[in-house]
Design a binder for this molecule. Sequence first.
Ligand code: SF4
Length: 315
Amino acid sequence: MAAVETNELTAKTFSVEDAHPDWCGGCGDFGILSAVKQALAKLGRSPHEIAVISGIGCAGKLPHYIGTYGLHTLHGRALNVATGVKVANSKLEVLVAGGDGDGYGIGAGYLVNSGRRNVDFTYLVHNNGVYGLTKGQASPTMRRGDQTKAMAEPAIQSNVNPIGLAIASGYTFVARGYAMAQPDLVDLIIRAMKHRGTAILDILQPCPIYNDLMTIDFFRGSDVGQPRVYKLADEGFDGYVKDPQDPAEIVAKQQAAIAKSFEWGDRIPTGVLYQIDAPTYEDGLAARQPALASSSLFDLMNPGKNIDALEDAYR
Ligand code: SF4
């Protein structure tokens, strides 16, 4: 990683100079990588303040191409590792990246339990409807009856609704983005990272190699004469719970978000579907051990320990 020579952070600051992303041409992962780097630059956090944790799959390669701390972990287990990283060093800004197969399939149990903990990190799910790394099998988000060019027969299972599952699991920030809508995706990532608690951002991502249904043309709406992807905010939708003590408002906002999440046809909504301010897991830990309110667990366990040389070695 290149040393940060000026105080001005740009998307290039977070680039790995000799990295040549191992993704196919036209893959939506490039759009997500670009948006993450732009968001980090706009937030003004230095590379050593950020950790990117990933699972297995095409999306799991993301940490290799960002000049921050990173861990490429196990299939479906990225959320667990991210939880450990954040709890050990609450000063780090933690991002998690993974695919829909990784997170909504093998990782589904961890997905649910991460929602109810509300640790302060951001989960970016690259949702392309297929298992790209293993040749395009149907993933949990592929709809019953759909058949891509990589499938011998149409899917005979129903799809998971990630937005509904996230809301039911207790996620406090639930949004959907589109990999090719760059300024909007950058904005959504920034909002997710600024949110205090676990934020999940389901990002629709074309896989041009294996999924010939969720193509750029499909999202552009070439066949229906209008862009399929639209912004909820443009139509006055507001998923933010203004009074977290009001159960009626919470239920109404959750119902509205879930209703929108089923919209998939000529129009596909993007933006923040649901957001609520709620105590985090870290708040609970600090209530038990007040020193954690101002210090990380790492600092408490290693008082006065200077690890500058170690950090420099891995920067
Ligand atoms: Fe992207 Fe699909 Fe290629 Fe994987 S297989 S890198 S998701 S285009």
